[in-house]
Each structure stands twice: as C-alpha cells, then as structure tokens.
Design a binder for this molecule. Structure first.
Ligand code: ADP
Ligand code: GN1
Ligand code: MG
Length: 368
C-alpha cells in the first residue's frame, strides 16, 4: 500500500477511537521493523498502530495478552505508588469498546497513550541509559513472575525456538524462491557451520535445566522509553511477544542490539563488535533488576543467550532475504542481508571474547 493511502487509512482509523477527539495531526513514527506506527495529535497525544497481519495471524489474541499484562502491571505499579499511565502502556478502546479497530480491509488498528517526556534510542548514547534499560527489563520480568503464564497466547509460534528457525532457514536455502542463495553462499555456510548454537538453549529447556518465565522476548533498546528528565527506563513497550520464555532470551537480545558498537544494519563491518564495557553495564543492570531471582544456571547461560539471540536474528534476517523480504520492513535493497552480516560479525566477535564474557558475568553475579 502506498504511504499516502496508508496515512489516509490511519486517519480514518484514528477517528474510531472516541477518546482521541478531533485529529489535528497524524504522522508515521518510530523505527520498529514490524508494525506501522503513527503519532496522533488529538485531545492529547496518542500512538496508533496498524498491527502486522502477516506476522500476527490472530491479532485478537495479541491484544488479549497485552490487555492482560498491562492490567496486571498497572495494579502493581499503583500499589508501589507509581504512575500507571506512564510506566506501562494503556490500551485505548475503540468506539465498540474492543481493544482494536478492525477496518474494512481487514486491518487491525490499536491505540495507546503516547508516553510523554520520554524517548526510545536506536543506539546507546549514554552508558547510564543502557544500564537503566537493563534494570527496567530485569524488573519487567520480575513484576511478571507471578503472572498466570498459562493464560498467555503464543502470538508467534516458536518465536525463540532457534532450532526450528534453523530448519526454516535450511528450507529457504533449498527453495531459493528469489534466486538469492548464490549471492549469500558465505553467509549460509557461516550459520550452517554453527548449527550447534541453534540447539543449546532449546535442549537445556527441554531437559528442564532452566525455568520458563514470562519474558518480553524483544528487548531491543528501542522497545524501552527512557525518561527525558530522570533518564530512567520508565516504560517497557512493544508487548506483542510477551510470552513464556527464558531469561537468557531477554538478556541476550538486548546485548545483541545495544552492546553492539554499530547499528544493526551497518555496512562497514569493521565497525561492528560486541562492546564488553557495555556488556558488563547491561549485566549489572539486568541482574539487579532481576533482584536475585535467577538460578545459577540461568546466570551462567546469559552469555549464551547473547550469542544464541544474535545467531537467531542472523538466520532470521538471512531467511527473510532469501524469501524476498516478506517479514522485516526494509528500506533499501539488500537491507536484510546487511543486517544478517552484522549479526555474523557479532557472533564471531563473541566467540573470540567468549571467556571474557563469561568472566564478566561471574564477576558481576558474585559482586566482585
Ligand atoms: P514495532 O513492533 O514495529 O517495533 P513498537 O511498538 O516498538 O513497534 O513501536 C515503534 C516505536 O514507536 C517505538 O520504538 C517507540 O519509539 C514508539 N512508540 C511505541 N509506542 C509508544 C508509546 N506508547 N509512547 C511513545 N512512543 C511509542
Ligand atoms: C523486530 O518489532 P521490533 O522492531 O522491535 C522483531 C524482533 C527482532 C528485531 C530485529 C515481532 O523487533 O524479534 O529481534 O526486529 N520483532 C518481531 O531488529 O519479530
Ligand atoms: Mg519495537
């Protein structure tokens, strides 16, 4: 759909939420890879999102999860004397009181309050911000420790089942629907040669060595709002994938993105590496946020979480490149291949720094 058309349908959708009042301005917003996000100025400021229907086959279930989780969090935030409208998302009901508006084209739209005086970062600008984001993501997991996990829908099947994702990747190579495999031979070989990385966490989970928790599963730095004044990680957003998962997923995905020395789509690979200083900072914040509730095995597997999540994103970007860019939004030709290459560089760098990463986690967790 053309951008102009999309904006028109967003404008129409925005008017289906009574609380928004008269729409004075509406424009595309943010840099997420999945949903179409708009900033709406009405009687106050709002975030409108067209949910990605390709990815979320049951948007109603996604919204049920989000309503459940945010209602649960609001209660806890209020009990702790916090601001429940700023410290978690608020779903604004549509005119029919549903948690979304379904338009005639079958698109699902949802509305949240804009979290004011705060912003998301695509890159770590200040160490303290990264620390605060770690603290907030750790706390998020702890606040949801007693959430009834069995009530959560699996919004994306096997989201962090890296082994299954590896199989999907192999199939995409075999089918090669766009004839791109030849152009990605080195990349394909890189992930094939590291197949064992795809299996580690899943195997441990199956063997009952680590507990399933309610996790966020998409802990990119730009999924946390940082308060402009206090610089605290004020609100965890992008709750589409809150599901049972491992602590290592949340830790790992945040490292892959935030502790990288370059952007996820950097083309100059000499700039890409895992910054151990940032790795330590995040470990400190995350462990403190988890307030001593992780088991020894969970702590020991945090570096593995970083490597596996990076590997997993690498094969996801590569699979999407091979399939013709059908999942992640791209903004240039070869964008997914560029993203895949940064993940490869990061995995290789983590392999080199492996001992050091483990040592840092040991030091931080033992309070040294
Ligand atoms: P995606 O799934 O596409 O990543 P997100 O839910 O992460 O979508 O939203 C994209 C961006 O929009 C975020 O990175 C953030 O900058 C902004 N955003 C989303 N929700 C809010 C909100 N309630 N208040 C302020 N900004 C928001
Ligand atoms: C997507 O939605 P966003 O942009 O925060 C993706 C993550 C990937 C990430 C890679 C639902 O995150 O899993 O790690 O891109 N989200 C979904 O940047 O697939
Ligand atoms: Mg996001």
């Amino acid at each position: 759909m053309e951008e102009r058309e999309k904006l028109e349908s967003a404008q129409y959708a925005a008017q289906q939420f009574e609380q928004v009042g008269r729409v004075k301005d509406i424009r595309p917003y943010g840099s997420g890879h999945i949903n179409d996000t708009f900033l709406v100025e009405g009687e106050g400021n709002f975030i409108l999102q067209r949910m990605n229907r390709n990815i979320f086959s049951k948007p109603e279930e996604v919204m049920e999860n989000i309503l459940g989780v945010t209602t649960f969090l609001k209660k806890k935030i209020a009990e702790a004397g916090g601001d429940e409208q700023r410290e978690t998302l608020t779903v604004i009901p549509a005119r029919d009181q549903k948690a979304f508006f379904l338009d005639e084209q079958g698109e699902y739209w949802r509305m949240y309050y804009l979290i004011e005086d705060a912003k998301t970062y695509d890159k770590v600008e200040k160490d303290e911000d990264f620390y605060e984001s770690a603290l907030a993501f750790g706390k998020f997991q702890q606040m949801l420790a007693d959430y009834p996990a069995e009530t959560l829908h699996e919004t994306i099947a096997g989201f962090h089942d890296t082994k299954a994702r590896y199989e999907v990747f192999l199939k995409a190579v075999e089918e090669d629907v766009c004839g791109r495999a030849e152009n990605a031979a080195e990349e394909i070989e890189f992930f094939r040669a590291r197949k064992e990385t795809a299996c580690v966490l899943g195997d441990m989970l199956a063997e009952g060595k680590m507990p399933l928790r309610v996790t966020h599963n998409d802990t990119k730095l730009n999924n946390i709002m940082v308060d402009n004044q206090t610089r605290k990680g004020i609100c965890v957003i992008d709750l589409d994938t809150v599901m049972p998962g491992l602590a290592a997923y949340d830790f790992g995905d945040a490292i892959r993105f935030g502790a990288s020395t370059a952007a996820e789509d950097e083309r100059d690979l000499s700039k890409v590496g895992c910054d151990l200083r940032l790795f330590r900072i995040y470990t400190e914040g995350f462990l403190l946020g988890c307030a001593g509730n992780l088991t020894d095995t969970e702590i020991a597997m945090l570096p593995m979480g970083a490597k596996v999540m990076t590997y997993e994103n690498g094969i996801r970007f590569l699979t999407d490149y091979l399939k013709g860019d059908v999942y992640f939004k791209i903004h240039r030709e070869g964008h997914n291949l560029d993203r895949c290459r940064t993940q490869m560089k990061l995995v290789a760098d983590m392999e080199e720094k492996w001992e050091k990463m483990q040592e840092i986690v040991r030091e931080v967790s033992s309070g040294r």
